[in-house]
Design a protein around this ligand. Structure first.
Ligand SMILES: Nc1ncnc2c1ncn2[C@@H]1O[C@H](COP(=O)(O)OP(=O)(O)OP(=O)(O)O)[C@@H](O)[C@H]1O
Length: 550
């Protein structure tokens, strides 16, 4: 029997300890036994006439049943929610400790889907499965009661329940295959919805592309519908089959049994009551099977995500820094040096190699990096601040190699605004910032009328592209780190601000002792650099300003 069929991924996901398992089984058994005994007491009282003690037993058993049921429900819910919380935090932690190349390789839609949808499937299953467990206990104890009333009826009932289980397992391979297919189509659906939202403007301008995307969305939605209906139909068939068997059992007990083993009318009444009584809980158990199957598949899916994360973390690029619980202080430095650094993008059909790179940056200098599109400028910046790790060569700080242990502190030297920068609403990770300082920087960047800094967060990030970059610059200045990295920062600025950036801001940063490394295509401002280098096909080439100017 496959792991998926037995529910092994779900059990592994839940990480049930023997102690917890014992407690859950105990409360489920307590409510199951008390419920079965309720039937016994009611049945006996109905046939023989009930007295005061029967009534007391009836009330006591009901109380035990209710308490047991609630405890079972609570324990199962806590078990599931604990596991979901643990898993979400574990996966978030693993995502956090990936290196940038590892993250580039992840499919973000799949990560969101698994972290939200699949964990929700598991959460939702808790209640249904708690009821199933309690009902299963009830079925077992009622079966024992049945055996004490009539052994042949018990054997018949075992055959019925066994038959029902067999019917389920016979179909489970197909059910699982359909559910897996549905999940793949669902993923394709989410991907297309991502395109619909992300590419909204482009789609509005291109009806043909929009129609094609809509057709893909419809195709995925229709496939999911068909597969879900087929799966539900298979589950329903099992359900009806189980029901039919019960009614067959009832027919045999009421119409055929007495012909071969004549008993009293009271015996038949009692057996009928037991069978009718047990139909409800059995239905609950059968109804729990789809929830179990879906939760098992979801747990398998989440396990797959974790395995992928583990694989990416287990085979990281060389020199992946260890996790540090708190940010390390930035060391003071005189020089940063790339010595023989080589790096290659792998994984795709195309590979691109940067290096070997040799570059020394002196504290307090303004270095401009120029070069054509795709020549490796951004890659150089990411190598420089240790977001990518070299395949060969070293980064040296004041002549000493920066080893894995030193990477977090080394990274704390840099504030960077990459071309694909991300703006956070808050300024987490820094001590409380004086709003007056932020206000003056917002004024300097002329966005004080656009966003405000209140209660340690920006009132809005809905700004134009150039304004967003100015806000990113405000944040970088507030970080106040020794090295500032700008990747084509001025590209989206108006001429006035562009001039301000090169002629006023950068010299001012230099006067404050900061080191500035900026990627730029702004030919007219290149003379503001202390030094210029040019990237060409992944290599650093010297760049002579005067020869260029001539
Ligand atoms: N995440 C990635 N995975 C694989 N290859 C990549 C990735 N990012 C960049 N590359 C490859 O590396 C080359 C250099 O990219 P990089 O972004 O460093 O260039 P750039 O000089 O900054 O270009 P631009 O001026 O267009 O911003 C590109 O030609 C591309 O083929």
């Amino acid at each position: 029997m496959s792991g998926e069929r037995t529910g092994a991924p779900l059990l592994r996901f839940l990480g049930i300890t023997p102690g917890v398992r014992r407690k859950i089984l105990l409360v489920a058994a307590a409510s199951g036994v008390s419920n079965a005994m309720l039937l016994m007491v009611t049945n006996t009282a109905a046939v023989q006439g009930g007295g005061f003690f029967d009534l007391v037993a009836f009330i006591g058993l009901f109380a035990l049943y209710a308490i047991g049921f609630r405890a079972c429900f609570n324990r199962v819910t806590v078990l599931f929610e604990d596991a979901v919380e643990r898993t979400r935090l574990r996966i978030a932690g693993k995502l956090r400790s990936l290196d940038l190349m590892g993250l580039n390789r992840m499919d973000s839609t799949a990560v969101y889907n698994r972290l939200t949808q699949q964990t929700a499937v598991i959460s939702d299953a808790a209640g249904v499965l708690a009821a199933s467990l309690q009902s299963a206990a009830l079925v077992v104890f009622t079966a024992a009661y049945l055996a004490s009333v009539s052994l042949p009826a018990f054997v018949l009932a075992v055959l019925v329940i066994g038959g029902g289980l067999l019917a389920y397992f016979r179909r489970s391979a197909e059910v699982n295959a359909r559910m897996r297919e549905a999940s793949a189509h669902e993923m394709a659906f989410f991907d297309s919805i991502g395109d619909l939202i992300g590419g909204f403007k482009e789609l509005k301008l291109n009806q043909g592309r929009s129609d094609a995307l809509m057709a893909r969305i419809a195709e995925a939605a229709t496939a999911v519908r068909g597969l879900r209906i087929r799966t539900a139909d298979l589950f329903n068939a099992n359900y009806i089959f189980a029901y039919s068997l019960f009614y067959a059992l009832l027919g045999v007990l009421v119409f055929i049994g007495p012909q071969y083993q004549p008993g009293s009318g009271a015996d038949i009444m009692r057996l009928t009551a037991i069978v009718l009584f047990v139909i409800g809980p059995t239905s609950t158990v059968v109804a729990g099977i789809p929830a179990w199957a879906k939760a098992t598949m979801a747990a398998g899916d989440i396990h797959g995500l974790e395995a992928e994360l583990d694989r990416l973390t287990r085979h990281p690029q060389p020199e992946t820094p260890p996790e540090t619980p708190s940010p390390a202080p930035a060391p003071a430095f005189s020089t940063i040096e790339l010595r023989g650094v080589d790096f290659q993008y792998r994984g795709g059909a195309e590979t691109f190699e940067v290096g070997p790179l040799d570059l020394t940056i002196d504290r307090g200098e303004i270095l401009f990096i120029t070069g054509g599109n795709g020549s490796g400028k951004s890659t150089l910046l990411k190598l420089l601040c240790a977001l990518y790790h070299p395949d060969a060569g070293q980064i040296l700080l004041d002549g000493r190699p920066v080893g894995p242990e030193g990477v977090p502190a080394y990274r704390a030297l840099f504030s960077a605004i990459f071309t694909d920068f991300y703006l956070f609403r808050t300024l987490d990770g820094a001590d409380a910032i004086d709003p007056a300082t932020v206000d003056s920087l917002l004024q300097l960047m002329r966005i004080d009328g656009k966003t405000r800094f209140e209660e340690q967060r920006f009132s809005t990030l809905d700004l134009s592209t150039g304004q967003r970059k100015r806000l990113a610059l405000v944040v970088a200045l507030l970080e106040n780190r020794p090295v500032m990295i700008f990747d084509e920062w001025a590209a989206d600025q108006d001429p006035e601000f562009r001039r301000y950036f090169y002629e006023t801001l950068l010299p001012s940063l230099k006067r404050q002792g900061k080191t500035v490394i900026a990627v730029t295509h702004d030919e007219h401002f290149l003379h503001h650099a202390d030094r210029l280098v040019k990237m060409e096909y992944g290599r650093i080439e010297p760049y002579r300003l005067h020869s260029h100017a001539e």
